[in-house]
Write a protein that binds this ligand. Sequence first.
Ligand SMILES: C[S@@+](CC[C@H](N)C(=O)[O-])C[C@H]1O[C@@H](n2cnc3c(N)ncnc32)[C@H](O)[C@@H]1O
Ligand SMILES: CC(C)=CCC/C(C)=C/COP(=O)(O)OP(=O)(O)O
Ligand SMILES: [Mg+2]
Length: 305
Amino acid sequence: MSSTDVTADVSTATTAGNDAGDASVFIPAPATPYQGDIARYWDHEARPVNLRLGDVDGLYHHHYGIGDVDTAALGDPKDDAYEKRLVAELHRLESAQASLLLDHLGDITRDDALVDAGCGRGGTMVMAHQRFGCRVEGVTLSAKQAEFGNQRALELGIEDHVQSRVCNMLDMPFETGQTAASWNNESSMYVDLHDLMAEHARILGVGGRYVTVTGCWNPRYGQPSKWVSQINAHFECNIHSRREYLRAMADNRLVPQAVVDLTPATLPYWELRATSSLVTGIEEAFINSYKDGSFQYVLIAADRV
Ligand SMILES: C[S@@+](CC[C@H](N)C(=O)[O-])C[C@H]1O[C@@H](n2cnc3c(N)ncnc32)[C@H](O)[C@@H]1O
Ligand SMILES: CC(C)=CCC/C(C)=C/COP(=O)(O)OP(=O)(O)O
Ligand SMILES: [Mg+2]
């Protein structure tokens, strides 16, 4: 499918779908005016940096990358095909990020159910199903994203196992204690962290695993820096501090097993992206805040006890 195929418009309680009707989703009314704004934001998002990277192999991400740049694969910047290789390299680093998140989910079997809270266009969900063979449920505020993810699952023939729906991650339609692992991949900066961790703790079984990959402001810096404020304004989000994550987990029976500072690992992605034609203007804020220590890119994996 091309990245422009999904065309439904949204935002009041209704259903919407593509022409085939197969990927249609129920659209509940937003829980708050803010969530309505965020639904509209993602319904209308079509940045080439996301669509062109997804077109590389059909995994559409809305998160950033980690790992060293493969300069040999990039080759000579003067070659005609350099930009195509650069897009593929940025995409490889974004998929490496999702892969690292999945590494931290623990032992998952085919019979388990996983939950992706704030699933975007579903790239991480597809990777999770391909790795574990199990059911993966995703929630997003955006009907367009849910339809896009469901359409991709249909095309891949995995629609029985990978399903996106329009739903508030603070009130998920999953039974208490039945989820083996759940995650937020760059989606926790849109909600209150105590409410979010309480909901993950509710759906996870005891012994289940919660993982987040997120950008957070560094309490050692003092307060959110001007770069962090710029990122918040750019995405209409509310970046939390590292301390808030750990406190919200501790208060909700989620005990961290790993806290990994991915800041050095994400800088090569940003520095490469800043040289591309796909820049969006936010690159400087990420690079400067990671370098001045006011902002960190972290993975936290926690056990539900
Ligand atoms: C930056 S995107 C990340 C998407 C995806 N996790 C990925 O890695 O590609 C943020 C996502 O969070 C979702 N989101 C924000 N607030 C939400 C909420 N209250 N409930 C459900 N999803 C939410 C948005 O709809 C969007 O899909
Ligand atoms: C780490 C932080 C603070 C993330 C904020 C959430 C966010 C918008 C992630 C990337 O989305 P995207 O892939 O749509 O963004 P872009 O268009 O910049 O690639
Ligand atoms: Mg992106």
